[in-house]
Ligand binder design. Structure first.
Ligand SMILES: *Cc1c(COP(=O)(O)O)cnc(C)c1O
Length: 482
């Protein structure tokens, strides 16, 4: 009767065949076209045989983006680490919810163990932490913890009797802080966006000016968000300098190391995040640079027990206090979630298989490749860097087609460049040669960002192929296409 098991046995082969070397990165179709192509496959009004189901699944995968290819450079993640994927599959198959020791005995110990190792890595050895659904949710965890620490009565009484609270972040920081400010009732206007310098780092003096201004107006600065690896430029704020200011004014310092945190895996690059050990809280996404499958993200704090105090609701049907084992191993009440996946197992698998040396090696290789890309961009005609030197493995640049070169670079020239970058991206995507990010930033017009990740392990020649694809598509642009 149940044919599901038979189907499951075919899954590995299907995935292998539909994502192997010869499959294209992307087979781009516009939404209406795709709707038409997959009309019968998407329809769920009648049940189908396993053979029909397999055909539909294969078709769906054929039109899906192959994020495992080296030409997928569209975001800050890339191919998954095969060990991480194995961990994800095993965890999915065991379908465990990580709230109590009784349902997740070993997974609980694994999460505690991994968190403890990661805390050591960030220099918060006596701290605490939790796996979170992503960096955006970790930003909310940070604000909740900072606010609870300042005003524990928030939990029962809410915001109504509290002073106006303000939050500080750089103008290049991740947008999740705006969402968090809205969701948690601060309002987006309470976020002070501090200007950055030419390298994309928060200008520390301006942070202090903003703090003094708010303090003199009886506002309560509740948190400073320091970014270690901004999303576009990969800039790392001066954590040490900012931590001195936070200490001086007794303000919670959160370090958003979602992207740049992976650099701590290498003794060689640790220095770039100097001062992070002074953080009150940190977020890190192993699901970005380090190749853990989505989602795998940690929220860490320097203070023990605060996470539990700030978030617990003590549901009596789940977290009974009269259980037959030590209930401190029921870690789920530290979380905002109830049911929670065992994301720690993916990082544990990678770490267990590769060791810290293996991870350090991957970090260093990733940085070397990015450096090679940066040097290539700097020396190739038509390419122009947005910033150098690089801080994280992000390389940001424009490609200036031949017909645009040797001209006065006035506003109208830049307006044209602003349109050229997305047009090149379109040609790259439709020809399935490369999926790459582009963005404007402050006064900069649209430029490309290639970010490097641990997987797949690339060689210099892959970098040159990517740049060549950009150059060739760039040279196809004519002024009447814009
Ligand atoms: C990606 C990113 C985030 C958000 O993480 P998600 O896991 O995608 O929610 C936050 N901060 C920085 C700097 C990021 O790059």
């Amino acid at each position: 009767m149940d044919r599901g098991g038979n189907f499951l046995e075919r899954v590995y082969g299907i995935i292998e065949e539909e994502s192997s070397g010869h499959t294209p990165l992307v087979n781009f179709k516009y939404p209406e076209e795709l709707q038409e192509i997959l009309r019968n496959d998407l329809d769920i009004s009648e049940p189908v045989s396993n053979e029909e189901l397999e055909k539909s699944v294969r078709k769906i995968l054929q039109y899906s983006v192959k994020t495992n290819k080296h030409t997928f450079r569209n975001q800050l993640y890339g191919a998954t680490d095969p060990y991480g994927l194995a961990g994800a599959w095993i965890a999915e198959a065991f379908n465990t919810s990580q709230y109590t020791f009784e349902v997740a005995p070993v997974f609980t110990l694994i999460e505690l163990n991994v968190i403890s190792r990661v805390l050591d890595m960030f220099g918060l050895s006596n701290g605490d932490g939790i796996f979170s659904p992503g960096g955006s949710i970790s930003m909310m965890y940070a604000l909740v913890a900072a606010r609870y620490k300042a005003f524990p009565e928030i939990k029962s009484k809410g915001m109504k009797n509290l002073p106006e609270m303000t939050i500080y972040t750089s103008e290049d920081s991740h947008y999740s802080i705006m969402k968090a400010a809205h969701w948690l009732g601060f309002g987006t206007e309470s976020v002070r966006t501090i200007r950055v310098n030419g390298s994309g780092q928060m200008i520390t003096e301006e942070l202090e000016v903003a703090l003094k201004h708010d303090l003199s107006h009886q506002r309560y600065p509740v948190m400073v968000n320091v970014t270690a690896g901004t999303t576009v430029l990969g800039a790392i704020d001066d954590i040490e300098e900012i931590s001195a200011i936070c200490r001086k004014y007794k303000i919670w310092m959160h370090v958003d190391a979602c992207w740049g945190g992976s650099l701590l895996l290498s003794p060689k690059f640790k220095i770039k995040l100097k001062g992070i050990e002074n953080a009150n809280s940190i977020s890190w996404n192993p699901h970005k640079m380090a190749g853990a499958p989505l989602q795998c993200s940690l929220f860490l704090l320097s203070e023990k027990n605060l996470l539990h105090k700030a978030n617990s609701a003590a549901a009596q049907y789940l977290f009974q206090q009269d259980k037959f084992y030590d209930v401190r191993y029921d870690t789920g009440d530290k979380s905002i979630q109830c049911g929670r996946k065992v994301d720690a197992f993916k990082l544990w698998m990678i770490w267990k298989a590769r060791g810290i040396e293996g991870m350090a090696h991957m970090t260093e290789h990733t940085m070397e490749l990015a450096e090679f890309c940066l040097q290539s961009v700097a020396s190739k005609p038509g390419f122009r860097l947005v910033i150098a030197p690089m801080q994280c493995p992000n390389v940001c640049f424009w490609y200036i087609p031949s017909f645009m070169r040797h001209q006065v670079e006035d506003d109208s020239w830049w307006e044209l460049m602003h349109k050229i970058t997305p047009k090149i991206k379109e040609l790259l995507t439709k020809s399935a040669r490369l999926m790459v990010a582009y963005s404007p930033l402050r006064h900069h017009k649209n430029f490309f960002r290639i970010a490097f990740t641990f997987h797949p392990v690339l060689e210099d020649k892959h970098v040159l192929e990517m740049l060549q694809a950009i150059e060739e598509c760039g040279e196809m642009i004519t002024s009447d296409m814009l």
